[in-house]
Design a protein around this ligand. Structure first.
Ligand SMILES: Cc1cc2nc3c(=O)[nH]c(=O)nc-3n(C[C@H](O)[C@H](O)[C@H](O)COP(=O)(O)OP(=O)(O)OC[C@H]3O[C@@H](n4cnc5c(N)ncnc54)[C@H](O)[C@@H]3O)c2cc1C
Length: 544
């Protein structure tokens, strides 16, 4: 009997969760209390790491075509540029921030769900939730007023900041709400600003941020509006006055599509799992939009949890595997929350140490190439790693990425046919990929033996791939696949994965390296690792 999963909430987190589960062969139920998706732009930044994960779902190209790639961020303090951060040399097939309205993100994910045969049940609200040793019981209210009770194996609460799932679990949402009020306007802008760069101006502690949406339209965010704007949306004239007071270059706003005010919260839960129930996205963490990380963190939560839940639902792994969702995602979420808090306070500092850092330390650090490069990697989230995860195992290899790191792209030669491939492409199946890197004929024979062993025991969940160095990294397959924005030529296998051969990398379905070791004839370490990760034969029945 297949295990059942209920995803509560069809925002970006719930849609990504359901799409990933479906890609892994688990059909879930998705409900949302809203009758229709929101048409508001809300989150507009998609980070490079999220695009890399969307490429696993074969969706990155569609996102890139729909969005506006932004190649640099500029931070000004009192009219002087203190930071210029470039993204175009990012070590990613997507070397930019992609600006795209959240309504479009939800449309693309929703279309993919429909293609995968998953129906989003709209107008269905979760009212209550309880769980026992057997299952979770949910109470659902439909728009016609009737109430349904259902027993499900797993519930994923992707129901946003006011999460009913979180309240049902009685999990505290600890943190604070900042006093400042922010004004947001999606408008047409006439100015000399580049439409492929974003701008943050801090003028004596008042902030104005401008993001290019493409086609002459921009998202403008400013803080500390005059008067009391808490209970109504700002007018275009009020937005223009705020921008004039905060920007050192003239810009003219017109044709507002959406204006709103909001306050910034900084809150998160301590536990992401309670037996059969998980929290993901804004249901688990909310923070300042500074840095454009909120929605990205939610989508990445979903991708992290989905493959693990699929292995459990398909009877391959023990439910204890699901505890690694907490071990891996909680530190990432906590660090996003802390850093967005710091950025938020720094940008709004009108005096004291914050202003000093912004005006004097930031320009100094920003002039160092190394610091700029690391900062761009950090903002784009490609430096997220799970090195300390309990389900990651590294057997020392002198060079190359470690277990827990994201598996970087590289151009390689596939055995036995010699085709030139991208590592990210060969690792994009909804399975683990055992990447065996060799450079001599006797090593290929050894790799073949291990591949056969893996295929016999784990053929349903792991694909073994033998690769060696490509003759050249500059052939026709080596350019970036992204069709807009900056492109980056992927590096060679040797550059990215080092020169130690033969080596095994077990790449997880979420693109992170779960296991690394030198290849040996016995492959004992790998077999022990897998016996732990996937202890059951296909289709086994497991209990929580
Ligand atoms: C003005 C603004 C600007 C932002 N800018 C950015 C940005 O640039 N970058 C970024 O990454 N993030 C940004 N964010 C944050 C981003 O919008 C959120 O992080 C994102 O929407 C979270 O997605 P989610 O799916 O977790 O939750 P939500 O989008 O809140 O979706 C939750 C869904 O659950 C449904 N639901 C709720 N309760 C129930 C229930 N009981 N039963 C059934 N369904 C239920 C809701 O109807 C909703 O559809 C911004 C937010 C705002 C408000």
């Amino acid at each position: 009997m297949p295990q059942s999963v209920l995803v509560v909430g069809a925002g970006p987190t719930g849609l990504a969760m359901a799409a990933e589960l479906a890609r892994h062969g688990v059909q879930c139920r998705v409900i949302d209390k809203a009758l229709a998706p929101s048409d508001k732009s809300r989150a507009i930044v998609i980070q490079a790491r999220t695009l890399e994960l969307l490429s696993l779902m074969q969706l990155a190209d569609e996102f890139v075509m729909a969005g506006n790639p932004v190649s640099a961020a500029n931070i000004y303090s009192n009219g002087k540029r203190v930071v210029h951060l470039r993204f175009d040399d990012l070590d990613s097939p997507y070397p930019y921030l992609l600006v795209l309205a959240q309504s479009e993100t939800e449309r693309i994910l929703g279309d993919r769900l429909r293609q995968l045969g998953v129906v989003i049940e709209r107008g269905v609200e979760l009212l209550s939730l309880s769980q026992d040793t057997e299952k979770a019981t949910v109470e659902l209210r439909h728009t016609d007023g009737h109430t349904e009770y259902e027993r499900v194996d797993w519930v994923v609460g992707c129901d946003g900041p006011h999460s009913t799932v979180r309240r049902a679990l009685d999990v505290p949402f600890e943190g604070h709400t900042f006093d400042q009020i922010f004004v947001l306007a999606d408008v047409h802008v006439q100015s000399a600003l580049s439409d492929t760069e974003l701008y943050i101006h801090s003028q004596h502690g008042d902030i104005c941020a401008i993001f290019p949406l493409g086609g002459g339209r921009y998202r403008v965010i400013a803080d500390n509006p005059p008067g009391n704007l808490e209970r109504r949306d700002p007018t275009l004239v009020e937005c223009q006055e705020m921008v004039n007071a905060r920007m050192s270059v003239p810009i003219t706003l017109s044709d507002p599509e959406w204006t709103a005010t909001f306050r910034v919260n900084s809150r998160m839960v301590k536990e992401l799992r309670s037996r059969r129930v998980f929290l993901a996205g804004d249901a688990a963490h909310i923070h300042s939009p500074a840095g454009g990380q909120g929605m990205n963190t939610g989508i990445q939560d979903a991708v992290n949890l989905a493959w693990k839940l699929a292995l459990v639902c398909n009877g391959r792994s023990d439910p204890s595997l699901l505890d690694s969702y907490q071990s891996e995602r909680y530190p990432v979420e906590r660090s996003v929350l802390r850093q967005t808090d710091v950025m938020f306070r720094l940008a709004g500092a009108s005096g004291g140490i914050g202003a000093f850092v912004l005006q004097h330390v930031a320009p100094l650090l920003g002039s160092l190439d190394f610091v700029r490069h690391e900062a761009a990697r950090h903002v784009s989230e490609i430096d997220i790693e799970y090195e300390h995860s309990p389900i990651v195992k590294d057997h020392h290899v002198p060079s190359g990425p470690r277990a827990g790191d994201r598996a970087p792209d590289a151009v390689a030669r596939l055995a036995p046919d010699g085709a030139t491939v991208h590592v990210v492409d060969v690792c994009s199946r909804p399975q683990h990929t055992l990447l065996v890197i060799v450079d001599a004929a006797d090593q290929v024979a050894l790799a073949d033996d291990v591949s056969r062993k893996i295929d016999a025991l784990y053929g349903d969940v792991i694909t073994a791939v033998i690769v060696s160095d490509a003759v050249t990294s500059r052939d026709e397959t080596s350019t970036s696949r992204s069709t807009r924005g900056a492109t980056r030529t992927p590096r060679s296998l040797r550059d990215e994965y080092g020169s130690t051969r033969p080596t095994m990398y077990l790449v997880r379905p979420d693109g992170y390296i779960g296991f690394r070791a030198p290849l040996t004839a016995s492959a004992d370490e790998l077999m022990q690792y897998l016996a732990h990760l996937m202890p059951y034969r296909p289709g086994a029945t497991v209990t929580v």
